[in-house]
Design a binder for this molecule. Structure first.
Ligand code: NAD
Length: 509
């Protein structure tokens, strides 16, 4: 039903199985997109073959030759139109995100809103790609630096944000004068086809080459073609740390650039000065939102011993009220995990917690029966653990929340919070100014994102997004993240009749 609606809106092609055109050449193998919501096979999608990939890459190169010459504010106008189209299609696209990925309808809509927000941001930015002017040490010389586009940006994305991550990258890359080739997660190909068609329509309307935005569908093999392709100077890859380590090495091997947005192990520190009502809401949404499948999901709560029992009791009470079920229904808080493999990982983690000495205070389990036929619905769980347990050190992409007790002062809590390999998002709940400032200082959180009195998940597009350590180290989205999509050039102009050398060197012939 929903797919028919999307076809009628032109977001999905009428014949998904053998689609060509709109820069999605697909003559390879077929894959089926199954919804975790109701186990339905939504559609069969054809993947790109290696020949398709080569053809797309050639077309992207050709489009780049044109696109880089379009003035940046005019490139911004294309993104403005894209944002307008997304506004009109938000309900339909949000529904598709929810159905194919399994996140709540509100979160699906929220993802599309992020796409709209980054378009707005990029439109403004298209008139602000500023370089610096520099005073020369030589008389009658002028120096400045300026930013030029890089070429083709390769985007590899994960299943959990099937549309927003592409938009974050694409909106910036395009206003910077780059063109993009996108390989979405093989678990959410329909979301990708829909996005590609929406942007392709705008490009067509503006009489621009389709090859400015390109889509290749397939599994990691297709990703590897991109990673090893010298025609792609920048690879922006979002996914697991395991994937990021492979991609980083391969791209570095050809001296390419990367933006890596990898796994997190995010914690909220709860001090004796925390507002505990706010804390409960922030922690529960952070832990169970998107069924714990956000890179910024709250995995650990580091709670001071004086408030530990109180926080624990209010969490147990809140978890008892959670409604699990069809994410398209507004009354449900928690939808399914992406697939049965994710359910296996969740169950393995639960048994590891107990093996390693942890105690489950809110038990997990897989839901069965009417409405849960997909086998992907699980109960959010809470466990009391110690930070050093191997299982706690890992990112389990599921709704499992760890409670860790700390004694002493906020520096003790910060030491625990930083004592994991990942470094994406972090938060402190406190009304104590000294604790908050320490947390944000150089001896505080070592993460790319550090929040006070909000949770770990749900970043705004205005800030640079990304993390440190095993999270990869790149930045996307707001602030000056755009600079990663451009190459910097330093220019020196001599308008004198002399040729003075730098550093006062004389050279006479
Ligand atoms: P994944 O690593 O399995 O796959 C991500 C993408 O990489 C997919 O498109 C996949 O096909 C591709 N891929 C896998 N191996 C590859 C290889 N060797 N070469 C090229 N491409 C390859 O991740 P997933 O299960 O889809 O997503 C979950 C993970 O993503 C979690 O770890 C989560 O924290 C992370 N994530 C991070 C961010 C962030 O911004 N830091 C955002 C979303 C998700």
């Amino acid at each position: 039903m929903m797919i028919q609606e999307l076809k009628e809106l032109g977001i999905l092609p009428t014949n998904l199985g053998s689609s060509t055109g709109q820069n999605w050449f697909a003559t390879g193998e077929d894959i089926t997109s199954n919804s975790p919501v109701d186990a339905q096979a939504i559609a069969t999608v054809t993947c790109s073959s290696h020949d398709d990939y080569n053809q797309i890459c050639a077309q992207a190169q050709q489009a780049y030759a044109t696109w880089r010459l379009v003035p940046a504010p005019q490139r911004g106008e294309v993104i403005r139109l894209f944002g307008e189209k997304l506004r009109a299609l938000k309900p339909a696209l949000g529904k598709l995100v929810s159905y194919e990925m399994g996140k709540s309808l509100q979160e699906g809509m929220g993802e599309v809103q992020e796409m709209i927000d980054i378009c707005d941001f990029a439109v403004g930015l298209s008139r602000q790609l500023y370089g610096s002017t520099i005073h020369s040490e030589r008389p009658s010389h002028r120096m400045y630096d300026q930013y030029h586009p890089l070429g083709i940006v390769g985007i590899i994305s994960a299943f959990n944000f099937p549309v927003a991550v592409w938009a974050w990258n694409t909106a910036l890359a395009l206003i910077c004068g780059d063109v993009v080739i996108w390989k979405p997660s093989e678990k959410t190909p329909l979301c990708a086809i829909a996005c590609q068609r929406i942007l392709a329509d705008v490009l067509k309307h503006k009489d621009l080459p389709e090859g400015i935005s390109n889509l290749v569908i397939g599994d990691k093999v297709v990703g590897e073609w991109m990673v090893n392709d010298r025609h792609i100077p920048l690879i922006s890859a979002t996914g697991s740390t395991r994937m990021g380590k492979i991609v980083a090495q391969q791209v570095a091997g050809r001296l390419g650039k990367t933006i890596l947005e990898l796994g997190g192990n995010n914690a909220i520190i709860i001090t004796p000065d925390a507002d505990l009502n706010m804390t409960t809401i922030g922690a529960v949404f952070g832990a169970v939102g998107t069924a714990g499948q956000r890179c910024t999901s709250t995995r650990r709560l580091i709670i001071h011993e004086h408030v530990y029992e109180q926080v624990k009791a209010s969490l147990v009470k809140a978890y008892a009220q959670l409604k699990i079920g069809d994410p398209l229904l507004p009354e449900n808080h928690v939808g399914p995990l992406i697939d049965k493999m994710a359910v296996e990982h969740y169950l393995d983690a639960l048994s590891e917690i107990e093996k390693q000495g942890g105690k489950l205070i809110v038990a997990g389990g897989v839901l069965t029966g009417k409405g849960f036929e997909s086998g992907c619905y699980v109960k959010p769980a809470i466990a009391e653990v110690e930070n050093h347990y191997e299982i706690v050190q890992k990112e389990t992409f599921a709704p499992i929340l760890y409670l860790i007790k700390y004694k002493g002062d906020v520096l003790d809590a910060i030491a625990i919070q930083n004592d994991v390999k990942q470094g994406l998002s972090s938060a402190i709940m406190t009304n104590n100014l000294r604790e908050a400032e320490l947390f944000l200082s150089a001896q505080g959180s070592d993460c790319g994102i550090a929040n006070v009195n909000i949770g770990t998940s749900g970043a705004e597009i205005g800030g640079a997004f990304g993390g440190e350590k095993d999270t990869g180290g790149g930045r996307e989205s707001g602030s000056d993240a755009w600079k990663a999509y451009m190459r910097r050039q330093t220019n020196t102009i001599n308008y004198s009749t002399e040729l003075p050398l730098a550093q006062g060197i004389t050279f006479n012939l």
